[in-house]
Design a protein around this ligand. Sequence first.
Ligand SMILES: Cc1ncc(COP(=O)(O)O)c(C=O)c1O
Length: 474
Amino acid sequence: MNQQKQHDDALTDIFGSEQMLDPAPAQFIPKGKTRPEIAYQLVKDETYPQTQPRLNLATFVTTYMDEYATRLMNEAIDVNYIDETEYPRVAVMCGRCINIIANMWNTPEQNEWKAGALGIGSSEACMLGGVAAWLRWRKRRQAEGKPFDKPNLVMSTTFQVVWEKFCQLWQIEMRTVPVTLEHTTLDPEEALAACDENTICIVPIAGVTWTGLNDDIEALDKALDAYNQKTGYEIPIHVDAASGGFILPFLNPDEKWDFRLKWVLSISTSGHKYGLVYPGLGWVVWKDKKYLPDEMAFSVNYLGANITQVGLNFSRPAAQILGQYYNFIRLGYEGYREVQQNSMDVATYCHDEIGKMNCFRNYADKLVNPLFIWYMDEEYDKQSKWTLYDLQATLQQSGWMVPAYTLPKNLEDVIVMRIVVRQGMSRDMADMLLGDIRNAVAEFEKLEYPTPSRLKYEKSERQKGRVYTHTHQC
Ligand SMILES: Cc1ncc(COP(=O)(O)O)c(C=O)c1O
C-alpha cells in the first residue's frame, strides 16, 4: 500500500505496521498471518467507540462483577460445562445453584437435587419451561384419547420476544391478552377467557421487559384454581421471572408469586440479570421432578461416562456457574438484598426526579423492580419540537444508552423511554445522567424548528387528526 514502507518485523510498532493500513477482513479469511499484538489491537479498536457497558441503561444484563468473581470466571474460560466427567465439581456446583434458586422460590420438593436446568439465558430457560408444559399437556391428551394437534399458550401482549420464538418454533398458537394504559398488566379474567382445553400453560411475567411491572400472579393463580376446578382442565402457570426472579425473594419476600402458589409448576430467570452474573446464564426450575418430562433428558455416552442433560445447547461455558455460586457465597441473602435495594433506591430516585420534570410523565406511580418507563406529558407533547428519540440520540453523545421505543400492540402509539438500574449504577452516576437529561431538554427548548424526528412523528400523528402549536416551554 505505502511504497516507502519496509517489511514489518518484530520491532515494528503496532501502529507502524502495514496491517494498520489494510482494510479489516469482512468476507474472506486473510491469506497470511498477523502478529498477535496487532491482531489484538485491530479487534479491540473495532469495539472502541461502543457505549461503555455500565452506561448502557437499556440492558438488563450484568455489567459489573467484583474482581474475585471476574478472576474466577476468567480462570474457567477454558472449561466446557458439558464435559461433566472431566469437571465433575462444576456439575455439582450447578446442581447446588439450582437447589439454592429452587429454595429461594419456596419449592416444596424434598429431593436432595431439585428439578431444574441451566440455560444460556432466560430465553433457553423459558423454552425449556414451555416445552415441558407442552409435553405434559400432550401426554395427558394422549392418555385421554383426545386430539393434541392444536396447543396454545396464553400471556399478555407485553411478552418478551422469546415467547414468540417459542410459539413459532414449536408451532404453538400464541393467544395474547392486551394491556391498556388503565390495565397495565395481565388481567387474570381475560387470560382465563382466552384459555381452553388446548392451553398448555399461562405465562405471567415478573419484571415485564416493556414496563418493569409485575403481573399479579397470586390473583391469576386464585382465578385459575377456580377455573380448573370448574372445567376439569389442569392448566398450569410458567412464570417468566427473567428479572423478578432475583428481585422478589430479596425485596418482597412475602409476596406470593412462586412455588407457594398451587398452579405455578415452573419458573425461569436470568442468572445474568439480577442474578448479578456476566452474560450468558439462565435457570429454570420445576416444582417437582414429576413436572419435568423424561423425554427432555438426553443421555450421551461418549464423554467418558453416561451423562444425562436437559437443555437446548450442548457445549456451553462453565464460568458463569462459578460466577453464580461465588455470588451466592460472597453476598449471601443479606448481600443480595443490599445490592438489589440499592438498585431499587437509585431507580426510585431517578423515577422521582423524572416525574418532577414538566415535560415527562412516569408510566407507573410506584416501582416494583429497579427499572421504569416514562413518556412525554400529553399537553407538552402537543407543542413540543422534539421527541424522546432525539433525547436518546443526545444522551448517546455522552455515552448513555437510554432507549426510546413504542409500546407493544394496542399501545403502539405511546413512545416511552426506559432506564434499567443495575448493580454498578450509583447515586452519583444517576445525578450525572439526570443532569444530562435536563441539559438536553433545555437545549431542545431553544429550538426554533422541530427536529426531523419530530416532523416525522407529527406527520403520522396529523394523519390521525391531531393539532400542534409550537409555543410551549418546559
Ligand atoms: C421477561 C423476559 N423474558 C425473557 C427474556 C430473555 O432473556 P435472556 O436475554 O436472558 O435470554 C427477557 C430479556 O430481557 C425478559 O425481560
